[in-house]
Design a protein around this ligand. Structure first.
Ligand SMILES: *Cc1c(COP(=O)(O)O)cnc(C)c1O
Length: 220
């Protein structure tokens, strides 16, 4: 399926004027489709499977900024640690330890977001506020990771008031922790919003959206 260039152009104009970063979610899409969007100027792409990401990364231009947005197992961090730009889905201290270790081996600092559980569904990964607090209090020793912000996914529902409340909760949490001097770098990125709810997310203060199907077409 060809990339929806018109939708893409509108996103860039809309989101850019509000200082919102667009991460194009390219999971299940081919390297040709990704290249097509890249040629329009898109540099930030999101993937959520390690194997798929590694294969695509090896075939595509090296200045692409790859975001990892899916659930990440500690034993797979190594495979993406040489090139990953931002890991958005950190949800445990164990995972963060491994990212720090692999980053150190590669002589780099890896930027991360902590993923918060804001939806009602039990299947969505992420931290609650107590776990977030604990994690932020335990990262002092990590020299090779930087916690740059928070990420969250709202409930999959037609109830847009509910979605809005979940985003509002995440934004409030973000504001609260952004002010505390406990993180090892300023919390500046708030990643929330996908194809179905990005406009609510940006109204509620998101500054990074992860959009797949509206640009690339629906996935199988
Ligand atoms: C797939 C995915 C997206 C994009 O979903 P669309 O509905 O296609 O925009 C965003 N964030 C995460 C974490 C995803 O897994």
């Amino acid at each position: 399926m060809p990339v929806n260039k018109k939708a893409y152009g509108q996103f860039i104009a809309d989101l850019g004027s509000h200082h919102v970063t667009l991460v194009a979610v390219s999971k299940t899409k081919s390297v040709e489709e990704i290249k097509e969007l890249y040629d329009l100027g898109q540099k930030d792409f999101g993937e959520n499977y390690v194997q798929e990401l590694v294969e695509k990364q090896s075939q595509l231009p090296k200045d692409i900024r790859w975001h990892f947005i899916g659930h990440l197992q500690s034993n797979k961090v190594k495979r993406i640690s040489t090139f990953i730009y931002l890991i958005q889905s950190v949800d445990s201290l164990k995972l963060l330890q491994e990212i720090n270790k692999q980053a150190e081996k590669n002589n780099r600092v890896i930027d991360c977001l902590l993923q918060m559980h804001i939806a009602q569904e039990e299947t969505k990964f992420g931290l609650d506020e107590r776990e977030l607090f604990e994690l932020l209090n335990n990262i002092g020793g990590f020299a090779n990771v930087r916690i740059c912000g928070l990420m969250g996914m709202a409930s999959f529902t037609d109830d847009m008031d509910k979605v809005r409340n979940e985003f509002r909760y995440l934004k409030n949490t973000f504001d609260k922790y952004a002010e505390l001097p406990i993180a090892n770098c300023p919390l500046t990125i708030l990643s929330m919003g996908m194809s179905s709810d990005y406009s609510i997310a940006t109204e509620e203060g998101s500054n990074m959206v992860r959009i797949g199907s509206l640009i690339f077409g629906v996935r199988n």
